[in-house]
Each structure stands twice: as C-alpha cells, then as structure tokens.
Design a protein around this ligand. Structure first.
Ligand code: ZN
Length: 293
C-alpha cells in the first residue's frame, strides 16, 4: 500500500512525503503506459495526492491538470481528502529518443499550462492556472505555488522505471508556514536546493525520519500522521449512463438502429460499460417521458 507521511519540521515547516510505488504501478498497468508516459503520469498522480493533503475538509477534492504542447497534451488527476486518486493521460505511448535522468519535459513540451482546481463543494471551484517552467511537473507546481499563491513551496517527484516496471516512486512537498522564523525560512531554502538528490532517497522502504533529517539536519523532526493512498476510480454504471443520456434522444435512436449497443469506457480506470438494445430503448423512453412533462 502506498502512503504519505506528514511531518512538522522545527515549528513552522510542513512536509508531506510519499512512497507511491504501488499506486503508480497500478495506474500505469491500467493505462498500459510507456516508460516516458509512466513517469509523466506517475509524477502527476503523486503530486496530486501530495497536494490533496493541503485540503481541509472531508468533501474537498483537488484536481491537477497538465496541459502539454508536445506528445503528451493532457494529464489529469483528481484526489480527495481521503487518499483516493484517479487519473487520465491522453497519450500512453510517449517516447523520447534519449531520456536524460528521467527528464520528461520534452515529451510534455514547453509553453503549456498547469491548472490547479480545488473543489470545496461550493458552487464554483477555485481554479488557479500558471504557465509551465520546465514541464517536469514538480518544478512547475513549486513555481505555481510561489507565484500564483504566494506560498513558497519545494516539490520533487520521482518515478523510477525499468523494462515497463515501476521500481520505486515517491514525492515530497515542503512549505514554510506563515509564522516561520528567519532560521526556518533559511532551512527551507537550503532543503529545497538539496532536493536535487531526492531521486537517490526514493526506495521501496523509506525511513521518513532519516530522510527528513538529511534535508533538515539542524531542526527537530516530528512525523505527525500517516495516510494510505491508492489509485481508485469512483465511476459507476449509473454515472456513465447519465453521460450517455446527454447525447440526446435522436443520437440514441441512431445508435440503437445502427450499432444495437453502446460501449463506453471510463477515461480514468478504463472500465468498459456496455448498454444493450434494451438499455438503449429504456433510455430513449425515459427521455420521451421527460420531454412530455
Ligand atoms: Zn472509472
């Protein structure tokens, strides 16, 4: 089971650390991703699960959208407060002729955007958008928080692959709180610089305390909580049926006449939902009755 540890460093630096091999592996198997796509997709999922820990309420949902300009046009991931993560990648087969140290920015391409959507169950979700700095995702998220939300942030995301297998995956999110002392702010900046070696720290068995001690040698470290995280879709046959209804009565009649069935796939988990002649006839009848009211 993948997990996230939350920690308080000193009195005013919060850290979230993820060990995410299982979650990443499962998501990549469902989407049959190539090595490059696995890294980009895995990083987005890990980032989303880390950021979801900043949500405050049970019903809150965070969505991260990576809008690329090259091979990978869209990666979308949604996580709720309880650690359920689902995600979609528009191109599961991205390739780079030469991948330097897991750098996948070229596959996503520069000039795109990252969008952070926080849904607090109100009428309108909170939407923040920023251009991408390197398209490596972690730098882009840190840049977004620093610039759009005036919240200094360090983030590093790592997905290690070999022969289509995920060997290890992890991520870290560091933020100083508003009351951080000058000493804590300095420790934060030093830790962010040091994150360039985070890849070496990501293993299947991570010791969160030792790892944080490595980045914050002079401050007290307190692990405050551990959360399970997992790739899990909340789609249902009902929800997919409602999506099918939106094509309208005439379109449904045509599908019934020509194809005799409709097969819809959930983009997040690739589950197929099949609606046969009877289902389609019922839907058309329901729309008929609706329009007569
Ligand atoms: Zn689904």
């Amino acid at each position: 089971m993948s997990k996230i540890w939350s920690a308080l460093v000193g009195k005013n630096i919060r850290v979230y650390l993820a060990e995410a091999k299982d979650m990443t592996q499962e998501a990549c198997e469902i989407h049959h991703t190539s090595e490059v796509s696995s890294i980009a997709y895995g990083r987005t999922l890990i980032a989303t699960s880390l950021l979801s820990k900043l949500l405050k309420n049970d019903q809150d949902v965070l969505t991260l959208k990576i809008g690329g300009t090259n091979q990978i046009k869209t990666i979308l991931a949604t996580a709720d407060y309880n650690g359920m993560i689902k995600g979609y990648i528009s191109n599961n087969d991205a390739e780079l002729p030469m991948m330097k140290k897991g750098k996948i920015g070229e596959a996503i391409g520069l000039g795109g955007n990252i969008t952070v959507i926080r849904d607090f169950g109100l009428k309108e979700p909170y939407v923040g958008i920023s251009h991408m700095l390197t398209a490596e995702i972690d730098d882009d998220i840190a840049f977004y928080y620093r610039n759009s939300e005036q919240q200094p942030t360090g983030m590093k995301l790592v997905v290690k692959t070999e022969n289509q297998k995920i060997l290890a995956a992890g991520g870290i999110l560091i933020q100083p709180l508003p009351d951080a002392t000058p000493q804590e702010k300095l420790a934060f900046e030093k830790a962010v610089e040091k994150l360039s070696d985070f890849e070496e720290q990501v293993h299947l068995e991570m010791d969160p305390e030792a790892l944080l001690k490595h980045y914050f040698p002079d401050l007290e470290i307190r692990i405050t909580n551990t959360f399970d995280i997992a790739f899990k879709c909340d789609c249902t046959r009902d929800r997919i049926a409602r999506a099918l209804l939106t094509v309208g009565k005439e379109e449904l009649k045509e599908i019934l006449a020509v194809d005799h069935e409709a097969v819809l796939k959930c983009h997040f988990c690739n589950t197929q939902y099949r609606f046969d002649e009877n289902d389609l006839a019922d839907m058309i009848q329901a729309l008929d009755e609706d329009s007569h009211h």
